[in-house]
Design a protein around this ligand. Structure first.
Ligand code: HEC
Ligand code: HEC
Length: 287
């Protein structure tokens, strides 16, 4: 109910003349500074609306007179990073390993690229950090099948092992059991001998030793030390590709599994393969 405008005796303010159930509204206008800021923000937004992208249409939007676009800014940033990176990758591709390692920044870029690519592509088979698992060699242990120099590793990654490419690393351990090269009893004997090489069987293994010298030493070495030109694992040691039990050794002699490692030259360019080689080499077994 409108009542008459009067001075409130408690606060000393005028009333507005509005009253509800005996409560009178005091007339306290907004402070001037508040009003000015309000108008300033309205004016600012009007200018902003004109200068910058603001009003959405059904398709597209009003671009603003400055032509500013966050997407363009991001695209430019991304393009700059790609350019910088491709600069690094070009240098990794063309420089020798020795020159890459001499440049700490370039080396760090290669190791990072190698680590990420390894985690995404190699880890499923070779394990985190190249720890390996049965059939998938540990890359960090220094117990190389084919070689642990940077160039060896690059070659292995590029063409693979028994991947079907002409340049792949090849070698086939004969199927001594499956193709009848050795009788089952002879396989037992030579397995006995192989297990003495890492201290798991003792006793007279002369017969097995003879079979080994005749059939196996050409690839695995006279004392089971392994030969890299055939990718033939060292047998005289604690680390094993497939395992150290009699069952596994007999199975391998009977019908070798011949692990396959894919070639990566169709997936990655030389710069990335060299980055992978540097990373693998850095895991602890590099030569
Ligand atoms: C599908 C499984 C698989 C994947 C994926 C794989 N590897 Fe292999 N890799 C193997 C197998 C199996 C061998 C051993 C083959 C043999 O018995 O000689 C091997 C061997 C190697 C060797 C030789 C080791 C030595 O002792 O000489 C290197 C180096 C290697 N891999 C690196 C890589 C890298 C780097 C990647 C990722 C780009 C990768 N591998 C991805 C299965 C794989
Ligand atoms: C032509 C070369 C060649 C000859 C000959 C050969 N091997 Fe092999 N051997 C290999 C290769 C290559 C591998 C690993 C490849 C694979 O199977 O993935 C291997 C793997 C093995 C392994 C598995 C080692 C591990 O760490 O798990 C055993 C055991 C073995 N050979 C025993 C023998 C015995 C015993 C003979 C003789 C009766 C023999 N090999 C003859 C090439 C040869």
């Amino acid at each position: 109910m409108p009542t008459k405008i009067e001075k409130d005796s408690v606060t000393g303010h005028m009333t507005t003349g509005h009253e509800w159930d005996g409560l009178k509204e005091l007339n306290q206008p907004l402070p001037k500074w508040w009003i000015y800021i309000l108008f300033a923000t309205i004016a600012f937004s009007a200018v902003y609306f004109v200068l910058y992208p603001s009003i959405p249409y059904f398709t597209g939007y009003y671009h603003g007179t400055l032509g500013y676009s966050q997407r363009d800014t991001v695209d430019k940033d991304v393009a700059a990073v790609v350019k910088q990176r491709s600069g690094y990758m070009d240098r990794i591709r063309t420089l020798s390993f020795a020159d890459i390692e001499k440049d700490p920044q370039l080396n760090a870029v290669a190791l990072t690229a190698g680590r990420i690519t390894f985690a995404n592509n190699c880890q499923p088979c070779h394990g985190a950090g190249g720890g390996g698992s049965p059939g998938y060699p540990a890359l960090a242990a220094g117990n190389w099948l084919w070689g642990g120099k940077l160039a060896d590793i690059q070659q292995t990654i590029t063409f693979g092992i028994r991947s079907g490419l002409d340049d792949a690393r090849q070698s086939l351990m004969p199927k001594f059991g499956a193709e009848g090269g050795l009788k089952p009893a002879e396989i037992e004997q030579v397995a006995d001998y192989v297990m003495t090489l890492y201290g798991q069987t003792k006793g007279d293994t002369a017969a097995g030793q003879k079979i080994f010298a005749d059939n196996c030493a050409s690839c695995h070495g006279d004392h089971g030390e392994g030969k890299r030109e055939f990718g033939a694992p060292r047998l005289a040691g604690k680390a094993h590709l497939y395992g150290d039990t009699r069952e596994i050794v007999v199975a391998q002699i009977t019908n070798p599994r011949m692990g396959v490692m894919p070639n990566w030259n169709t997936r990655f360019d030389t710069g990335m393969i060299k980055s992978l080689a540097l990373y693998v080499h850095s895991l602890g077994g590099g030569e």
